[in-house]
Write a protein that binds this ligand. Structure first.
Ligand SMILES: Cc1cc2nc3c(=O)[nH]c(=O)nc-3n(C[C@H](O)[C@H](O)[C@H](O)COP(=O)(O)O)c2cc1C
Ligand code: SF4
Ligand code: SF4
Length: 433
């Protein structure tokens, strides 16, 4: 079995699968059971400052988007940070860390944007023996209205300032958790780096309203007739998270900043994708909330088998492997040519490919009277829309046209690599250069 041990900014864990700060990590009972199930680490549910406990709504706090098979694709929540007393959480963290010294226990924190409260809570956390802190600059509802969470994460100067306080008042490895509710993830990532962060984690949840009740005309989840935006997570957000992770990993200024990847991780494959795009480990919330703690066992065995098959001996060998291949559009090879190809043995003649290509793509699929569907190579622009709408996996594939062979659509042979920066149609390309 492959060696799955992980060392993320000096925090060791038996595997790279951590539970993200959320209900699965809100109390000792959960975290002990999570560790027994095999999770490598946890980021404890966000702690706030001492004082009157946080008050959550007592109505529904979740909204969801389901697939046709009622699989949970996206989850929206309006929960706040922990509503349990600080002292109780700290005692539990201390006990758990003592009993599971080989697991990572990171404490998520969110206190008002002033140096005093940050200094005070860090002192208290230090007594727990936890391995590090994560600064929650991501929660998009409730706490943001009080000047915390994403209200901090949306202002790079605040991120830098608070991170500096944290590094000044503690020796803890410091992970800054970023909000995706911004236009350019590089600004907050650079601010975290400038403040001395040891790593960033992303993404926290995305501002969202999942649905509107058409009888009451209130957004859902509805609390006594009203709704508020919540935070979206689960498989649906993975593409957004992957892109943000890659943006940080491939930018020269932030390329060496360690990343903990979060957002829709449900299987070992998701985890490997995050790591290949630059994440040193991954954090999981919705998958554990949907399938229970034992979902990690599939992740562990799947990753292990994948590594064995590929001859990969350590998880670090995966980290960043796809980063050199993540480019800007202008760097893509405009001379690369493929054509759709339909496997008649697999085709169930549903006609979806025909409808989508005929109505919204390039009229490149022919339908015979007896419903045989074939691709017209002289029309196909290789958009692969048909591949994506076909209900039969691998029924339509994209065939690469080799160098030198004629593309029937253009009538020209396929040429070697050339991108937009050198293309003759690009007005900024100076002729002859
Ligand atoms: C109900 C719920 C509560 C959450 N509470 C917190 C929190 O207290 N602190 C935090 O940093 N993130 C919190 N999150 C965000 C998750 O840690 C994670 O960033 C997000 O859910 C994306 O991961 P996922 O797609 O695996 O769920 C919460 C998420 C959910 C669903
Ligand atoms: S790849 Fe695009 S253009 Fe070609 S057949 Fe499919 S939908 Fe039509
Ligand atoms: S969408 Fe797929 S299964 Fe349906 S007709 Fe086209 S190729 Fe056949």
């Amino acid at each position: 079995m492959a060696d799955l041990t992980s060392n993320f900014i000096g925090i060791k864990s038996p595997n790279p699968f951590w539970l993200a700060s959320a209900p699965p990590t809100d109390k000792e009972y959960n975290v002990r059971r999570a560790f027994e199930a095999g999770w490598g680490g946890v980021v404890w549910k966000t702690l706030g400052e001492d004082g009157p406990p946080v008050v959550n709504v007592n109505g529904p706090r979740y909204g969801a988007i389901h697939g046709a098979d009622r699989r949970l694709l996206g989850l929206n929540n309006i929960e706040l940070i922990t509503d349990r007393p600080l002292e109780v959480n700290l005692e539990e963290i201390t006990r758990v860390k003592k009993d599971y010294p080989d697991r990572a226990v990171v404490v998520s924190l969110m206190v008002p944007c002033e140096e005093g409260p940050w200094r005070d809570i860090l002192r208290r956390v230090e007594d727990t023996g936890a391995d590090g802190v994560e600064l929650n600059f991501g929660c998009p509802h409730g706490m943001a209205e009080r000047g915390m969470g994403s209200a901090v994460g949306q202002v790079p100067e605040y991120i830098q300032m608070v991170t500096e306080w944290v590094k000044k008042h503690s020796d803890y490895p410091c992970i800054v958790k970023l909000t995706p509710n911004i236009t350019n993830i590089l600004h907050p990532a650079k601010a975290a780096l400038a403040g001395g962060a040891d790593a960033v984690s992303l993404i926290n949840t995305i501002n969202s309203i999942t649905s509107v009740n058409l009888d009451t005309f209130a957004p859902e989840p509805t609390i006594d007739g009203w709704g508020a935006h919540g935070g979206y997570c689960g498989p649906a957000v993975k593409p957004i998270a992957l892109n943000m992770v890659a943006e940080i990993a491939r930018n020269p200024e932030t390329a060496n900043l360690p990343i903990s990847g979060i957002g829709g991780v449900t299987t070992w494959r998701d985890a490997v994708e995050f790591m290949a795009l630059g994440a040193g480990n991954v954090q999981v919330c919705t998958a554990a909330m949907t399938y229970g703690f034992k979902v990690v066992q599939e992740m562990i065995s799947g990753l292990s088998q994948y590594m064995d098959e590929k001859g990969i001996t350590s998880v670090d060998e995966i980290v960043g492997r796809a980063v050199p291949k993540a480019k800007d559009w202008q760097d893509l090879n405009l001379n690369f040519v493929t054509k759709a190809e339909i496997n008649q043995d697999l085709c169930i003649q549903c006609g979806r490919c025909y409808a989508s290509c005929e109505d919204t793509s390039h009229q490149a699929i022919a339908m015979s009277e007896d419903r045989v569907f074939t691709v017209k190579d002289d029309e196909c622009v290789a958009c692969n829309l048909c591949v994506n709408v076909c209900p039969v996996e691998d029924c339509i594939t994209m065939r690469e046209i080799p160098l030198g062979e004629v593309d029937e659509r253009t009538g020209k042979p396929v040429e070697t690599y050339a991108n937009w920066t050198t293309h003759p149609n690009n007005p900024s390309v100076v002729a002859g250069e």
